[in-house]
Write a protein that binds this ligand. Structure first.
Ligand SMILES: [Zn+2]
Length: 328
């Protein structure tokens, strides 16, 4: 197999606080022998679990980026029991460009965990995370959001365990993280998501959809920060002495979900919002056709009973755009 060209400035085997960059070699018009920096920090102190925290897997999802960047400045390594590895902008080229996918190679990092070293930087980052970071980790929290095109209420995405006892443990852990919603998926070790890579490496992992809309609002950031602090507390990797975090808001759990796509183009008027409980046959959206004097407004209807987890941000919509994710 070809070698992954990414090099780390920091030694993950060393005790203490270390911060620096992963170097992605990238030869471009403006920098023939240059490299693109991906910030990384390691806090290591004695025996205990290894916890990997990822943000910026998609570059236009900002909550995880700011919370993990903040954490690098606020963690006290003396309170760590094991190791915490933090990457606030996992797909840094995408984050630097405020884009979901990388402007260097068009790569979507959370569709690039193939286990192979591919042809571009996004594939190299995915391979590095799986082979160098997840391979040494016990837990992973990958903090996402809806990005520019979607907005979520705080929703935890969890992988079901086939072993009943382990699944019960996972459910109890997830409930204590205190997100508004929890959505369960079947195990997917052949997949291309960070969760697939984590499962292949035997890592207990959660994907967290914090908010979205390509913006930061303080209410969402505060709620997401609480989830992150509870995660560190529950993994026992950080002695934060924040006992009040043990009481978590109740989470509403869903065993399945549906995506509603627009069957036509036009301007999308949302008739419901994240958190709304909906019924099959209920009007979901109006699609307006302002470019036409002949075409009437189309109304779309829900096919399921459920709860709205996220909705499309933009009004302009084309055939195939996702309008809602519905927890069932
Ligand atoms: Zn994402």
């Amino acid at each position: 197999m070809r070698k992954n060209p990414i090099e780390s400035e920091i030694d993950l085997n060393k005790d203490g606080r270390h911060a620096g960059f992963l170097r992605i070699p990238w030869s471009s018009n403006r920098s023939a022998y240059g490299w693109v920096p991906v910030p990384i920090a390691s806090f290591k102190n004695g025996e205990g679990p290894c916890v990997l925290l990822l943000g910026g897997n998609h570059g236009d999802e900002y909550e995880g980026q700011v919370l993990l960047s903040e954490l690098i400045h606020t963690l006290d390594v003396d309170h760590v029991r094991g190791q915490i590895i933090i990457i606030p902008t996992a797909n840094a080229p995408a984050a630097n460009a405020d884009c979901r996918v990388s402007p260097l190679d068009g790569g979507n990092l959370n569709r690039s965990f193939t286990g192979q070293v591919g042809d571009g930087p996004t594939s190299w980052i995915a391979h590095y995370i799986e082979q160098e970071l997840l391979s040494r980790s016990d837990y992973m929290l990958d903090i996402h959001a809806g990005g520019s095109s979607l907005h979520y209420l705080p929703t935890l995405l969890c992988i079901s365990e086939e072993n009943a006892e382990r699944h019960k443990e996972r459910q109890e852990f997830a409930a204590k993280l205190g997100t508004q919603f929890t959505l369960w998926f079947p195990s997917d070790t052949d997949g291309v998501f960070s969760s697939s890579a984590a499962a292949r490496q035997g890592v207990v992992n959660f994907t967290f959809e914090a908010g979205g809309s390509g913006r930061l609002d303080t209410k969402t950031v505060i709620a997401a920060r609480d989830v992150l602090r509870r995660f560190l507390h529950l993994t026992r990797v950080y002695d934060s002495q924040e006992e009040n975090l043990l009481s978590s808001p109740e989470t509403k759990q869903f065993e399945d979900c549906a995506l509603m796509f627009s069957p036509i183009g036009g301007l999308f008027e949302a008739l419901v919002e994240p958190g709304d409980v909906i019924r099959k046959g209920q009007p979901a959206a109006h699609i307006h056709h302002v470019e036409s004097v002949d075409r009437k407004i189309d109304t779309l209807y829900f096919d399921h009973d459920g709860t709205i987890l996220c909705r499309r941000t933009y009004a302009r919509t084309v055939h195939g755009d996702c309008l809602y994710q519905i927890g069932i």
